[in-house]
Design a protein around this ligand. Structure first.
Ligand code: HEM
Ligand code: H49
Length: 362
């Protein structure tokens, strides 16, 4: 919340950073005076469109856990700070999906909705991504669909939603505006999905697996110069391992390794036959093959690791520290076979930033 008002120091630091990296923005002194005046009069201040776009791009550049930061300057910023109703947020999220998906040629995009302001509650989205598959817990404790989404599925059901009960039901958005949560379904035409098949094993298609094309994170707060934007959904494209080595592989997600190993005819009698590892590779081959064949942007972890090494070099050449968290940067498959494994990083927390939104804060 912003009961205590804006941190003037953070506001000044950001304005100075903006002018330092954008000489065409003119002299910093008049803008610093204007911001200080607005804060003392209203308890907050308003970013110019240029400051907002730069702040969002630098928040991406500062994201310690992100391997995909090479193209941070190309982030498309949709300034929707005037939107603060459930209908408005829903409409703009649908448009975000249309613009970002771009028929598979995915464009990294962020939509920035209303900020926290003294006495006004900013809208928030309860879903952690715009596109999520429902998880239905059955009486015997088993789950149909994505176990990671059982809670949000139950929240949607409490609000009146009923799914079809398949393993891949796309959840509605739950948007809380002015304290009231509301359901808003996504039109099918903005939810691009990729059915998964394997280039060599024809039986793979019969597993009935698929995944959505665009990951749009909708539960993080964008913080710029002391201003909090609790609703700022952002997307890139997937790295294949996120789907093939986590979402479909984790035991507490779709748990498909034994299913794939069985169909591969592997010896599953002991871990040391490495049947899990062989199944993992084929599952990831299927993800990359299917996305590529459908013309949907995706990267493999070798390519993404090489790009990140290039990003590190460029940042160091620009005289900046590139903050990184080794445990998130190293891919969950074949870590040491990628260059990002073989070095240390400075895991410092810089601002502007995308931060996890605490449950109790808006
Ligand atoms: C363009 C392609 C991109 C790729 C391939 C990529 C890749 C990734 C991957 C693999 C992760 C780890 C996710 C996980 O393990 O669950 C990640 C984390 C993250 N990425 Fe990126 N990213 C991209 C673009 C972006 C963009 C456009 C933004 C924001 C504008 C962004 C911000 C972040 C943040 C904040 C995290 C950490 C999330 C958390 O703390 O939970 N990334 N990225
Ligand atoms: N490729 C992406 N993956 C991504 C990025 C940030 C966060 C996430 C979701 N991470 C949460 C899960 C659940 C815990 C560990 N991983 C995925 C992108 C999503 C949005 C922009 S890029």
């Amino acid at each position: 919340g912003c009961e205590e008002g804006i941190d003037r120091g953070e506001a000044e630091d950001f304005i100075r950073l903006y002018h330092a990296e954008n000489p065409s923005a003119g002299s910093v002194k008049p803008r610093l005076r204007e911001v200080a005046r607005e804060i003392s009069q209203t308890g907050t201040y308003t970013h110019t469109p240029g400051e907002l776009a730069f702040g969002a791009r630098v928040a991406w550049r500062n994201s310690n856990k992100c391997i995909g930061r090479l193209y941070w300057k190309s982030l498309r910023v949709r300034d929707r700070r005037h939107v603060d109703t459930a209908d408005g947020v829903a409409e703009e999220c649908v448009e975000h999906l249309r613009v970002a998906t771009n028929k598979g040629k995915i464009r990294p995009t962020v939509t920035v909705f209303a900020p926290d302001r003294p006495g006004e509650q900013a809208p928030v989205i309860w879903n952690d991504q715009l596109i999520r598959y429902a998880g239905y817990r059955r009486p015997d404790g088993s789950v149909v669909g994505d176990p990671a989404n059982v809670e949000v599925t139950e929240a949607a059901v409490r609000l009146g939603w009923r799914g079809r009960g398949t393993r891949f039901d796309v959840l509605p958005l739950i948007i809380e505006a002015k304290g009231t949560p509301a359901l808003r379904g996504l039109p099918a035409e903005v939810v691009l999905e990729v059915p998964l098949r394997h280039p060599s094993f024809r039986w793979f298609a019969d597993l009935g697996l698929k995944w959505h094309a665009v990951p749009v994170i909708s539960n993080m707060c964008l913080e710029i110069g002391g201003i909090r934007y609790p609703c700022a959904p952002f997307n890139g494209w997937y790295m294949g391992t996120e789907i093939g080595a986590r979402n479909l592989a984790d035991a507490d997600r779709y748990d498909q390794l034994a299913v794939v190993a069985e169909r591969l005819g592997l010896d599953m009698s002991h871990d040391r036959t490495l049947w899990r590892d062989q199944a993992l590779v084929e599952l990831n081959v299927a993800v990359l093959h299917s996305f590529e064949e459908d013309g949907v942007a995706v990267t493999d972890h070798h390519t993404e690791a090489r790009r990140f090494m290039l990003h590190l070099e460029k940042e160091e050449r620009s005289g900046r520290v590139c903050p990184a968290d080794w445990s998130w940067i190293v891919p969950p498959l074949s870590g040491a076979a990628t260059p990002v494994f073989h070095r240390y990083y400075d895991d410092v927390e810089l601002t502007p930033a995308f931060v996890r939104r605490d449950r109790n804060q808006s």
